[in-house]
Design a protein around this ligand. Structure first.
Ligand code: NAD
Length: 313
């Protein structure tokens, strides 16, 4: 029969795109419960789904940061039955950590970590009873490899990875699958919010050297990375759909194959120096040629693996 799919954060970006594609499935295999914090932001989604609205897609309010909102939403679903939960809601944060308040740190964790845990706790008892279910998390390559000036965001995605890696083992016993989708850069509001946030904020008290690295080295490099390696939400959606539709869903999916060497670096060298120093070289020595960054990275990876030594100068 039709699979009930609940998706968080559907007013924009990847969530909107996944909701739309599943709702428009030609065999109508999915019934999508598209959720968002504020239903006033439903127009973009409704425009995208067209006449699937009311047939294979319905809307519900859901704020992943609120216990009441989550239980109210889930209790309003018929039989509380959800086959597939897609944890997509998330927020980014790019900044030198000295300029981030603890309140901002907490707010990233509230959404990206506690939000996911809250959702999973809410659906788990029913999924276990059914001995079926699939939990999907839109994580990030930054859940596997830290990136400079993304410290807090990476920490939040690492936290989710640790949580899910642990849980996946237990849930196998109940025939419930857990799948991490790990995109690199994706062209959504996420990117926009990041660049807007940085240009609006000033960084009082930050030392001149860090400010220089952040604004004149990291930022242009990051814009370049988005331009050259950025994927579309459609591509992330296709990867997610593939994971949903396989009989034995994989635990981890890097949607952008160009990121595989970055993650492999860490596994290749248990001291961790390989990844830290390669990223250092990439940013500070090769910053000017970020346009060929992934090619550079691949060569660097090979060179490192061969020599196993690389000095930071
Ligand atoms: P986006 O900003 O368009 O979408 C995020 C959505 O989450 C928004 O609609 C937002 O309203 C919603 N949201 C935020 N807090 C919420 C809350 N408390 N309750 C419910 N919804 C909430 O950006 P996106 O790129 O589509 O991001 C989706 C996911 O993809 C995020 O988890 C993000 O970390 C991840 N991701 C994005 C990128 C990228 O480069 N865009 C890369 C890797 C991973």
């Amino acid at each position: 029969g039709q699979k009930v799919v609940l998706i968080t954060g559907c007013s924009s970006g990847i969530g909107l795109c996944i909701a739309t594609l599943l709702a428009k499935d030609e065999h109508q295999r999915y019934y999508v419960i598209a959720t968002m914090r504020d239903l006033k932001k439903k127009d973009r989604l409704l425009e995208a789904v067209g006449d699937a609205y009311g047939k294979t897609l319905s809307l519900l309010t859901l704020d992943v940061c609120s216990d009441e909102s989550v239980s109210e939403c889930i209790n309003s679903i018929k039989g509380r039955h959800i086959d597939i939960l897609i944890n997509n809601a998330g927020v980014g944060l790019v900044s030198p950590v000295e300029c981030v308040s603890m309140e901002e740190v907490r707010s990233v964790f509230e959404t990206n970590v506690f939000g996911v845990i809250r959702m999973i706790k809410a659906v788990l008892p029913d999924m276990k009873k059914c001995r079926a279910g699939h939990i999907i998390i839109i994580s990030s390559t930054m859940g596997l490899q830290g990136v400079v000036f993304n410290d807090v965001y990476a920490a939040s995605k690492f936290a989710v990875e640790g949580f899910c890696e642990s849980l996946a083992v237990q849930l196998l016993k109940f025939n419930i699958s857990v799948s991490m989708i790990e995109p690199g850069p994706v062209h959504t509001d996420f990117e926009l919010k990041m660049t807007e946030h940085i240009s609006q904020k000033d960084y009082p008290g930050l030392d001149a050297e860090t400010l220089h690295y952040f604004k004149n080295v990291y930022l242009p490099a990051s814009v370049d990375v988005f331009q050259t390696l950025g994927q579309t939400p459609q591509q992330i959606t296709m990867s997610t759909k593939q994971v949903i539709e396989t009989r034995r869903p994989r635990f981890r999916t890097l949607t952008n194959p160009l990121y595989t060497p970055l993650v492999a670096l860490k596994m290749a060298d248990e001291s961790g120096d390989l990844s830290v120093r390669s990223l250092y070289h990439l940013l500070f020595n090769l910053g000017g040629v970020m346009k060929i960054s992934m090619n550079t990275l691949k060569c660097l990876t090979c060179a490192c693996l061969r020599s196993r030594t690389i000095s930071p100068d």
